[in-house]
Design a protein around this ligand. Sequence first.
Ligand code: DAH
Length: 352
Amino acid sequence: MSIAEISDKIKSDFISDKAQVMAEAVPEAVEALRLSYLGKKGKLTAVMEDLRNVSKEDRPAAGKAVNVVRQFIESEIEALKTQAKEWEISAILRQKPIDVTLPVSADVNIGSLHPVTHMRHKLNQVFKQLGFTIYDGPEIDTDFFNFSALNIPDHHPARDMQDTFYLEGSKNLLLRTQTSNIQIHAMLNEKPPLRIIAPGRVFRCDSDMTHTPMFHQIEGFVVDEGITFAHLKGTIDAFLKAIFGSTLATRLRPSFFPFVEPGAEFDVQCGLCHGKGCRTCKNTGWIEIGGCGMIHPNVFENVGYDSSQYSGFAFGFGIDRIAMNRFALPDLRQLFEGDYKFLGNFPVNAEG
Ligand code: DAH
């Protein structure tokens, strides 16, 4: 038989062997088939070696014939390998049917809450217990809601382009600089009595160890007949003690915010030194938390509330600063860099 005839015979043998392998559908049979044709002692390899004994004139034609068969077998084997992977999978599925009703295995990494999310949940819970409901408002807002309705006059430095991100080409649309805008949305949409907290993101053009261009605040406000400064003080004291611990003192200091009168800032005693003074509290014994006061009559007028009938208080503070303090973080920016290694350090139920 000539080499070309032998090659043809090998090809037809291969086709019937392949049919057998397909019928068996066993992944290992594919490798066995490959070896028996293309392996060192394979049938086709032997023929290729025989080429040496063919006369010079006949060798090109014979070589070509063997090559055509070799390419055919190689491509068939490649296709079979893909097929073998599928057989493997169905073999596994046949052996161990998957019970989709089983609970997820305990060693799956379930991740953890972001420290700011954790703190927001905790604060929401504390305020819910004090009878507050949660309200939401827009992050992109107008000058009216973020500034003028809050009695922040045109020339106020908070409106400065350096602090406020305005939307391109607009003098009116901005990224809110404070969650106080929600006071105006809520008061225009609802009638008193109101007892609301509004957590959310705010934006200011600022970045260093203790400032990030985006951060989180909670705004709180209460409007009803007969609301006094004592209600404000009691609320601030209750929530600070719930978050920082009941043994720490709290205090209000007179301060100014255009939308409240009188206005104050509130502090909690430093938990590290218990008021003695340390690096964390810059030797003051106190940690500054936020601002508050009695809602200004001009604000009531801007939303159509009668300030001779109603009074109210408001307060606002940064959630991130509290998270930073409770988790002893040196740099606020760490919270927003999306570093999984850092964020993974906080257990799901961290109490801080
Ligand atoms: N909006 C103020 C700020 O971002 C915080 C604030 C101060 C909110 C006093 C209030 C308040 O409701 O009464 O700095």
